[in-house]
Unconditional design. Structure first.
Length: 164
């Protein structure tokens, strides 16, 4: 009975935090066209972030959130200074021994929040020549293919921006 109560409470807390998130997730694979516009050879969209590359014009379009405001800008490839990706993990609490229901709920909530923080700090980071927005953070969904997609985008940027 105690386990059932714990399960219901953890589910309710999880739903509460999911519903509070104003973002929706969806990603277009690299190479997918932006809408019907063939201009963008490579494009990735996740939540309120986007990266798209126009090979012919040598332009990168970036969309992100700065101080809770969505911003979208285009830069020349020459204005791209750096790029890297980060994958954050860890920080989970593992209880040892027999703990009570309240403690178990606290552990579940703390682990959920740590997972959300790790997800929010993971992604592709693009440094550009821009005083107002010098670094852009592009999100990637937390799934099994995320690490490969991040590595693919590193190679796409090397080939496109560096012309390697």
């Amino acid at each position: 009975m105690e386990f059932l109560i714990l399960l219901v409470l953890v589910g309710a807390v999880t739903l509460f935090f999911i519903k509070r998130s104003p973002h929706s997730s969806g990603a277009a694979a690299p190479g997918a066209a932006a809408s019907d516009d063939p201009r963008w050879k490579y494009r990735h969209v996740c939540k309120d972030t986007e990266i798209a590359l126009d090979s012919e014009q040598q332009i990168i379009r970036l969309r992100g959130v700065f101080n809770r405001v969505a911003v979208q800008k285009e830069y020349k490839y020459a204005d791209v200074r750096t790029w890297e990706f980060k994958v954050m993990s860890g920080g989970a609490i593992r209880p040892i021994g027999n703990i009570g229901t309240n403690a178990m709920i606290g552990v579940a909530v703390a682990n959920y929040m740590q997972g959300k923080q790790n997800e929010a700090e993971t992604g592709l980071f693009i440094g550009v020549r821009d005083i107002e927005f010098p670094e852009w953070h592009i999100l990637f969904p937390a799934d099994k293919g995320r690490d490969l997609e991040l590595k693919r985008w590193m190679e796409i940027l090397r080939q496109e921006v560096n012309r390697d």
